[in-house]
Design a binder for this molecule. Sequence first.
Ligand SMILES: Cc1cc2nc3c(=O)[nH]c(=O)nc-3n(C[C@H](O)[C@H](O)[C@H](O)COP(=O)(O)O)c2cc1C
Length: 186
Amino acid sequence: MIKVGLIVGSLRKESYSKKVARLLAELLPEEFETVFLSLNELAIYNQDFDDEGNVPTAWIKFREQAKELDAVIFITPEYNRSVPAVLKNALDIGSRPYGHSVWDKKPAAVVSVSPSKLSGFGANHHLRQSLVFLNMPVMQQPEAYIGEIGQLLDDDGHYQNPERTQAFFKTIVDGFVSWTKQNLSK
Ligand SMILES: Cc1cc2nc3c(=O)[nH]c(=O)nc-3n(C[C@H](O)[C@H](O)[C@H](O)COP(=O)(O)O)c2cc1C
């Protein structure tokens, strides 16, 4: 089994990004186990907590869960042309203590989601910048910019036009499956 983490950069109950994450997970083949990592309880990173051995329980749980993953799909909205703080915070927490990053060498994909036509391009590429430093091989093609999401899904998170949208999502997942197999580090 290849364990794939789905990490969503939105805490919102009705988040479009969460809905996209669920649809992408459904398309993964059976040999891929999916784990949705929650960012809800993660306190903002403060190095004192690590240095003084006062590590929040939610950080410990998140680090343990992320360590177990073989690969990660990040599905994120864009906030002010960049990565939502909650997702950057999760990356920072997972990257420390120094030398014990949970991200190292894990294949990844970035999917940006937006109600606008611009498709979260800024968030997508700011996130890639951090992932390069974190030594995660990030899928380059197909690029996954999902714009006008309000027109692609209905209120319950189902496809409005399954033929077209599911086929597009499948190209992302198929690309990620072969990328992961090529880049698995163990
Ligand atoms: C603080 C804030 C900043 C935002 N900035 C952008 C932006 O730069 N680009 C964009 O496409 N949408 C922006 N939006 C709108 C979000 O794309 C929209 O709220 C979206 O539904 C959030 O994703 P979610 O549905 O997964 O929670 C912003 C929303 C918030 C709350």
